[in-house]
Design a protein around this ligand. Structure first.
Ligand code: ME8
Length: 504
């Protein structure tokens, strides 16, 4: 039976250029998407830009541009970054895309008709920078938002409200499942919102224009979050004539993973399921709410201005190096750091000294001792090859539960074992003592293991993978999960490439 996988990132605000934080989420999604493809899934990977709202309207005004002109420029930068970082999305949705705009209007009308949206007024505090109505728990005593440090403004406006409060029981049931990860975030949502004052959500605004107008009362534009969250289904053709993609990728049999940063967990774990439930659609199987990349002890963020530019890092090192650091060094269940020192240390330890060194030692020995081609030798019963087969199984278990950092570390551990195996078995001595059968076995074991290691790192090391595999005398397209444990027909190794040269 065909397996389907749908993975999404948040759609980012084009209120400035993207930084390492955005690269983090998008790389997580890209790596899991590439892994699922290798594992036989048909995959739809969605990312995009969240272009409406007061903040964007104000930014455009500062530059004397129309909002659309302003976002068009910034979005070009998004696309360029994703290209440089090898992000292989299926669709890049913009909330100004015509099909999205039409569908959001329909969604609003549908919910209004079902009386799940009703006209009202809203009074409270609003953070423009985060486009979020704040509760008192989210601000300090001078009304500064804990997340971005900006002062929230008084807000009183005619608005339409979504009846979130009547979904308390539904949400409590949803939160008794493992749909939201990590567990700590679940508790936070239950204590602060669901089991506390579960308030209705304002879904339209009248004090600015840059948004999707509702048909029923054109002075209202849809408040960014109803517009933005809907992208996950409008991108698949929800409310359009052609909804083949929706049937495939938002069905009960599809595995749906949504990856977000922890500050938008409330929107994705409470309001989004309420909207989906109101529309009669299933809730995603997993909402992975990852921690922040910090700069010092603060969230790296556009509004604070303490950001690192991923393009600089890609140009200085490489996109594979950045992808590797993100996946290996930034586990999703905690906050993480990104500094030049940590980045270089991780690159040198893991990619240069461990993986790169292993590949170059083994390919050099195959060239030196066997003229680049080992006579066929079956090694699948060797203990180290058996370790590699276990590694495949353990890696898959971790990847299947979206634990990409641990999956990577399992592979790195195998590479360390291989390096140690070289030290212990001393192939150079075997050659001197003319123990050619033993030498052949050692090198055949290592060659087989390097193919496995390289293949498991393929979703991360997109540009390096073909070189890693060529360096072992194989063609990248010859390898897949189905034949990974079988015997390969290696070709003669000619090249001596230096992969992952140490950063000085
Ligand atoms: O919130 N560490 O857009 P946004 C880790 N448009 N991840 C980070 C990060 C950091 N320091 N900074 C940003 C929005 N991110 C809305 C989303 S979705 C329907 C609408 C990542 O441009 C992380 O994924 O502020 C976070 O959730 C997202 O960027 C916020 O991007």
């Amino acid at each position: 039976m065909k397996k389907y996988f749908f993975v999404t990132t948040p759609i980012y605000y084009p209120s400035g250029n993207l930084h390492i934080g955005h690269a983090y989420t998008t790389t997580l999604a890209d790596v899991i998407s590439r892994y699922k493809k290798e594992d036989g899934f048909e995959v739809f990977f969605l990312t995009g830009s969240d272009e409406h709202g007061q903040k964007i309207e104000e930014k455009a005004k500062e530059q004397n541009l129309k909002p659309k002109e302003y976002v068009d420029e910034i979005v070009k930068g998004f696309l360029n970054l994703w290209k440089l970082l090898n992000i292989d999305y299926t669709r890049f949705i913009r909330t100004t895309d015509e099909d999205h705009v039409v569908a959001v209007k329909e969604i609003f009308s549908d919910l209004l008709e079902k009386k799940l949206i009703y006209p009202s007024t809203y009074k409270g505090k609003y953070c423009i920078s985060c486009e979020e109505f704040l509760t008192k728990e989210q601000m300090d005593e001078t009304f500064h938002h804990f997340v971005c440090g900006k002062e929230a403004k008084n807000f009183e406006e005619e608005t339409y409200m979504l009846k979130v409060s009547s979904f308390k029981k539904y949400l409590q049931e949803l939160f008794s499942t493992d749909f939201l990860e990590p567990e700590s975030r679940k508790k936070e949502m239950l204590n602060n919102f669901i089991n506390n004052d579960l308030e209705d959500l304002s879904v339209t605004r009248v004090s600015f224009n840059w948004g999707i107008q509702i048909k029923e009362n054109p002075k209202h534009v849809i408040y960014v979050w109803l517009d933005a969250l809907s992208n996950y289904i409008t991108a698949l053709g929800y409310k359009s004539k052609n909804n083949e993609l929706l049937k495939k990728f938002w069905s009960k049999d599809t595995e749906i993973l949504q990856i977000i940063g922890k500050e938008i967990t409330r929107f994705h774990s409470i309001y989004w399921p309420v909207i989906l439930n109101s529309l009669g659609l299933k809730t995603p199987d997993k909402l992975l709410s990852h921690g922040w990349i910090l700069s010092g002890d603060k969230k790296m963020s556009k509004s604070i201005g303490n950001v690192l530019d991923p393009i600089e890092i890609i140009n200085t090192y490489s996109s594979d190096a950045l992808r590797f650091y993100i996946i290996n060094n930034l586990p999703t269940d905690k906050d993480g750091s990104f500094t030049n020192e940590l980045f270089i240390e991780s690159f040198n330890n893991n990619l240069a000294n461990n993986i790169g060194n292993l590949i170059s030692r083994v390919s050099n020995m195959i060239i030196k001792y066997f003229d680049g081609l080992l006579p066929i030798k079956k090694v699948s019963n060797h203990w180290l090859v058996k370790n590699a087969f276990d590694t495949i199984k353990n890696y898959k278990e971790k990847m299947d539960s979206y634990n990409m950092s641990e999956a990577t570390q399992i592979v790195l551990k195998l590479a360390q074992e291989c390096n140690k195996f070289i030290e212990d078995s001393k192939p150079w001595t075997l050659e001197k003592e003319n123990k050619l059968e033993e030498l052949l076995e050692v090198l055949s074991v290592l060659q087989k293991n390097i193919v496995i290691i390289s293949y498991l790192l393929k979703p991360i090391l997109v540009n390096s993978y073909p070189n890693m595999i060529n360096q072992m005398g194989l063609d990248p397209k010859d390898i897949n999960f189905k034949n990974l444990e079988k015997d390969f027909k290696f070709k003669k190794i000619i090249n001596k490439l230096v992969l992952f040269e140490r950063i000085k």
